[in-house]
Design a binder for this molecule. Structure first.
Ligand SMILES: [Zn+2]
Length: 308
């Protein structure tokens, strides 16, 4: 049998790229074991985004943000599946290729379970699209199996009530178009941008917009059927004012969001060092299949991390 050689030179710190698919398997395995075991799964959508943004916008935003978060935090970026789940009102819009909920839940689950086999113990779903309908269920399924998973949309880190933008985050709007101008200006066609709006079914004050700080009696916008079917209700596939988008706003959005995620990951790695699964167990059968959890050597019988 020939002797196995080991990679000894790297383009980055102990790896060639922040992107999982651009390193060899032995390099990814060693990096997750010795340096950082946080894996980011960027999630977006293939979705129409008005006349001025590319169909892949949400996935491009998720990948672009994830790359910068990984550079700043040491995490690894898993390949983005590109397609995503959608809220009901997106269905039937030409340009949108939607996974159904069960497909998307299974897709997210299988990617995380497979990535855990590499040695990652902490998973961040970095979402750039309103797919709460499936990623929240996926998180709970993964939790029952002992996979520590956090799902958040990038606009969770935008809760600054219009410090950067004039409006909250909608669709193919000021926020998304600004982010596109910051991350991939060559794919944007701002000369074609046109403002648009949907028909509200309840007064806006009852709904929490993405990126908005909440106030009394506000309900999250994707927790109800608050919108008409977009294919019939929207004139140009736009909700919001993309004509107000600028690269400078996009740069500021990207910086705020990337720093938020990077701080979260750094703190996570301090509380639960490399090699430690914060949940303390793995049970790929699911908690439903076996209620007798065996905690690993890093945790006591209550599942609490034993600090060394
Ligand atoms: Zn979008």
């Amino acid at each position: 049998m020939a002797e196995l050689k080991k990679q000894t030179t790297f383009k980055l710190n102990k790896r060639d790229s922040v992107f999982f698919d651009q390193n060899t398997a032995p390099v990814n395995i060693a990096y997750a074991k010795e340096v950082c075991d946080v894996a980011i799964l960027p999630l977006g959508a293939i979705e129409q985004h008005g006349p001025h943004c590319p169909n892949g916008m949400d996935s491009f935003n998720a990948i672009g943000l994830a790359e910068k978060v990984a550079e700043r935090s040491g995490a690894t970026v898993l390949p983005c599946p590109m397609y995503g789940g959608h809220p009901y009102m997106h269905m039937g819009m030409p340009g949108t290729i939607a996974l159904n909920y069960e497909t998307n839940i299974a897709l997210i689950h299988d990617i995380i379970a497979g990535a855990a086999n590499v040695g990652y113990n902490k998973f961040i779903l970095l979402v750039a699209h309103g797919a709460d309908s499936s990623f929240i269920t996926a998180v709970h399924k993964l939790g029952m199996e002992g996979f520590f998973t956090v799902a958040s949309t990038w606009y969770d880190f935008l809760g600054d009530n219009k410090n950067i933008l004039e409006d909250f985050m909608w669709h193919a709007d000021e926020a998304e178009s600004s982010m596109g101008l910051s991350l991939y200006p060559e794919l944007m066609h701002m000369d074609l941008a046109i403002d648009g709006a949907g028909t509200p079914l309840v007064d806006e004050k009852w709904k929490k917009a993405p990126g908005e700080m909440s106030h009394k009696w506000q309900m999250y916008g994707f927790g109800g059927t608050f919108a008409l079917m977009e294919k019939d209700d929207l004139d140009y596939g736009v909700i919001g004012n993309p004509t107000k988008a600028t690269k400078e706003k996009g740069d500021a959005l990207v910086e705020q969001v990337v720093e938020g995620y990077a701080q979260f990951i750094r703190e996570l790695m301090e509380r639960h060092p490399v090699g430690v699964n914060p949940l303390g167990f793995r049970n790929p059968m699911g908690f439903n299949g076996c209620p007798y959890i065996q905690y690993d050597k890093d945790h006591d019988e209550h599942g609490r991390y034993i600090r060394k």
